[in-house]
Design a protein around this ligand. Structure first.
Ligand SMILES: N[C@@H](CCC(=O)N[C@@H](CS)C(=O)NCC(=O)O)C(=O)O
Length: 208
């Protein structure tokens, strides 16, 4: 398999960490759609990352669809999303909040990156940042109520799930992209939990 996209993208990184946890081999092509659109466009009409080239020639896009397919390809013991019931609902919700937090961080970043200075609209950036903080506050509460700062998994259960992957990456990405928000001080339980997760080999081998 070939995973196209830089690990600085939280969506690419959640696919990479998931591939590591699922024990699936892949190569990474560390490109961005802005600097190297010609590397992405032959495979993905939207010219976005992540784009995953499977060994059978099929191409997968959109991280949620990629992750769903990888889980389907994996042995049931390793899947990162529970198959059904309350565990699935809870894991899916935490994962959705984490992914939404990534989206809002990216939107805040893009406002500064792609608009000329005179068109930069600070209230829109602040609106997105407040949504980022809403997502992180929820995940911080989830870490505290599941009592998993030092041990265990954010969605409960006896093994790591997609909620751990996405919550960790959402926090780490927001902290890297918006350092002035002081996120570690505001969400200390999430920060400590993310530090513990980031030390796992599946994460530490694919850093931004
Ligand atoms: N919903 C998509 C988001 C992917 C995304 O926004 N990727 C960014 C890089 S972080 C990108 O390719 N941006 C280029 C663009 O949208 O034009 C996913 O989950 O895969």
């Amino acid at each position: 398999m070939k995973l196209i996209g830089l690990y600085r993208s939280p969506y690419v990184r959640r696919v990479a960490v998931s591939l590591n946890l699922l024990g699936m081999a892949y190569e990474n092509e560390a490109v961005t759609p802005f600097d190297n659109p010609e590397m992405v466009s032959p495979h993905n009409p939207l010219v976005r990352i992540p784009t995953l080239l499977l060994d059978d020639g099929e191409v997968l896009i959109e991280s949620y669809a990629i992750l769903d397919t990888l889980d389907d390809m994996a042995h049931s013991d390793k899947r990162l999303m529970p198959a059904s019931g309350d565990a699935r609902k809870h894991t899916m919700k935490l994962t959705a909040i984490a992914t939404g937090t990534m989206d809002k961080t990216v939107w805040a970043v893009y406002e500064g990156r792609f608009h000329p200075r005179e068109k930069y609209h600070k209230p829109w950036v602040e609106h997105n940042e407040s949504q980022v903080e809403g997502g992180l506050a929820y995940l911080n509460d989830a870490v505290e109520s599941a009592d998993v700062v030092n041990n265990g998994w954010i969605a409960g259960g006896d093994r790591i799930s997609q909620a751990d992957v996405s919550a960790t990456i959402a926090y780490s990405f927001a902290d890297m992209a918006r350092p002035k928000l002081g996120l570690a001080e505001k969400y200390p339980s999430l920060a400590d939990y993310a530090e513990r997760m980031e030390a796992l080999e599946a994460f530490s081998t694919v850093t931004p």
